[in-house]
Design a protein around this ligand. Structure first.
Ligand code: 13P
Length: 252
């Protein structure tokens, strides 16, 4: 059975001390109150990785980087490689977030390099896709997302594809307070699963966790996660408050 996953994406928030406190609070709440069958992941800034790994029970909570370099190593000032991420004890990496595509010019070509290095280093990629508002308004979001997947993760061999998690994040719903309706989320998640089935077969499609991201909160998690093709969430703002994050984890 595919996994239910709730992953926090802290983005560029919290200094190290605040991050450690937040991780400890999440760790305590998850240990006491979270449903056992939900995989919990914290996507934290690079500077926090080692400390967050040390601050949580990593048997229960996975730690993710929010990016990794497109090169294995070498003269790339300021970059952090997949093997460096791995060496901290983190086991996931968020790749292709719309903010990275938009503000840092990440193309499918760059993402393919990052995906390969993440997988080579045994990290689980949380691969993000999703359309901007004008695409949704033109009602061509399925074509847009299909192209994103075809240019990247659909090029992977099946054995690698099986290792990743997909996060569908409509850009118009990120940080805007505007959430996709349960119906909108289900419709596109079902579409994504159907194209995975066409590409890799039904069994692979049924095993792939597809998370929803975009203004998810404790108040709407139940409605979103109640859909048969929504397997959890990638959570921005609400992941910065331990109680809210727990509320989402317990939203299934
Ligand atoms: P918000 O939950 O703040 O809308 O962010 C979603 C997101 O981008 C997670 O990666």
């Amino acid at each position: 059975m595919r996994k239910k996953i709730v992953a926090g994406n802290w983005k560029c928030n919290t200094n190290l001390q605040e991050g450690i406190e937040l991780a400890k609070s999440v760790n305590e709440l998850v240990a006491k109150k979270a449903a056992d069958d939900v995989v919990v992941v914290l996507g934290v800034p690079f500077t926090h990785l080692t400390n967050v790994v040390e601050s949580v029970n990593t048997e229960r909570i996975g730690v993710a980087a929010q990016n990794c370099a497109a090169e294995a190593d070498g003269a790339f000032t300021g970059e952090v490689s997949a093997s460096m991420v791995k060496s901290t004890g983190a086991t996931y990496v968020i790749l292709g977030h719309s903010e990275r595509r938009e503000y840092y010019g990440e193309t499918s070509e760059v993402l393919n390099k990052k995906l390969a290095l993440a997988l080579e280093n045994g990290l689980t990629p949380i691969y993000c896709c999703g359309e901007p508002l004008e695409v949704r308004e033109a009602d061509v979001q399925n074509d847009y997302v299909k192209k994103q997947l075809e240019e990247t993760i659909f090029k992977l061999p099946e054995s690698d594809f099986r290792k990743l998690v997909i996060a569908y994040e409509p850009i118009w719903a990120i940080g805007t307070g505007k959430t996709a309706t349960a119906g909108q989320a289900q419709e596109i998640h079902e579409f994504i699963r159907s194209i995975i089935a066409e590409k890799f077969g039904k069994e692979v499609a049924e095993e792939t966790s597809i998370l929803y991201g975009g203004s998810a909160k404790p108040g709407n998690a139940k409605e979103l996660f109640g859909n048969k093709d929504v397997d959890g969430g990638l959570i921005g703002g609400a992941a910065l408050k331990a109680e809210d994050f727990l509320g989402i984890i317990n939203g299934f």
